[in-house]
Design a binder for this molecule. Structure first.
Ligand code: PMV
Length: 308
């Protein structure tokens, strides 16, 4: 039997603008993860059991564009596996689906690593990252690559599309509260909506992307210098710019406002938006208070996560 795991992730700054070449920051969230185990089987075929997405099926019965099927078939093609072995693949996950915590990328990464190890097909992190990026295109259409990068390397990343991975230092530990609106929001829909706006009013959107890029750059400086007050202000600024991109929602705005009122230093939506998660920067001693306030305001669940 071969096992592999992958953490979730959260985008701190720069979502959407990152698709258009501006920098973004993301960090692993170690409180949520995917586990995959692969074992040889006596039963004919490749059986996949992924309870979180209510999937129990044989590989050949999956549609051609199913990300799990595509991952297995593409990896077997790459590793020249023929004929296919009989396998049982179990995927379990504590990462909420379609909520901006990277569940799709984490499943693909853990599955890729577990299969590659099981087949004794060597893959470096860079190979896994490049491979998973191709699979992400099935999920998202035009992904920037930030999800697969932060989850593959499991460390903070300062990400610019097409450029080598850059990590950043954290000047002092920061605490974030992540809260889920409970509204599932597929990323490809919000990315598509922004694409539509960009086609309609290119100069305005480019100007917003530039401002988001500047916020991301400043946020990296604030994190490296350990300046939480400045970082909080930058989160608020980033949220306002995301509202301009129409990717916030009444539920997200309510949680963002609640977090600020409960004493967070700043708050913003995170990921694709229109649902999914928001994040708030808090002083560690205030984390429980903000988390409780968010739950009272309707958050389905919250995660308190440090970055260090
Ligand atoms: O919804 P998430 O967390 O998968 O993040 C999407 C981030 C976007 O910038 C909106 C899209 C992308 O591919 O970077």
């Amino acid at each position: 039997m071969t096992k592999s795991s992958a953490f979730g992730k959260i985008i701190l700054f720069g979502e959407h603008a990152v698709v258009y070449g501006r920098p973004a920051l993301a960090v692993p969230v170690r409180q949520v993860y995917v586990d995959v185990d692969v074992r040889d089987s006596d039963r004919k075929g490749i059986w996949i059991d992924a309870r979180a997405v209510k999937l129990h099926a044989e590989l050949d019965t999956l549609p051609a564009n199913h990300p799990i099927g595509a991952t297995i078939n593409s990896l077997f093609f790459l590793a020249r596996v023929s004929p296919y072995p009989n396998l049982e693949i179990k995927i379990s996950s504590t990462i909420p689906v379609a909520s901006g915590l990277g569940s799709g990328a984490a499943v693909t990464i853990a599955l890729t690593r577990a299969l590659a190890t099981h087949l004794r097909y060597p893959m470096e992190d860079a190979d896994v990252n490049a491979f998973v990026y191709e699979i992400e295109k099935i999920h998202h259409g035009t992904p920037s690559g930030i999800d697969n990068t932060v989850i593959t390397y499991a460390r903070p990343v300062y990400f610019v599309k097409g450029q080598p991975i850059e990590t950043f230092k954290v000047g002092q530990p920061f605490t974030f509260v992540i809260a889920d609106t409970g509204v599932p929001a597929p990323t490809n829909e919000s990315v598509g909506a922004v694409r539509q706006l960009w086609l309609e009013d290119n100069p305005r959107l480019e100007a917003v992307f530039d401002k988001i890029g500047e916020v991301s750059f400043a946020a990296r400086c604030a994190i490296e210098a350990g300046l939480s007050e400045w970082l909080g202000e930058l989160m608020n600024k980033n949220h306002a710019l995301l509202q301009e991109l129409t990717v916030s929602s009444p539920e997200l705005d309510r949680l963002v406002e609640t977090a600020r009122q409960a004493g967070a230093r700043g708050a913003k939506l995170s990921g694709g938006g229109r649902g999914g998660n928001m994040i708030a920067l808090v002083d560690s001693e205030n984390a429980e208070t903000v988390s409780l306030a968010l739950k009272q305001a309707g958050a389905k669940h919250t995660i308190i996560t440090p970055i260090f």
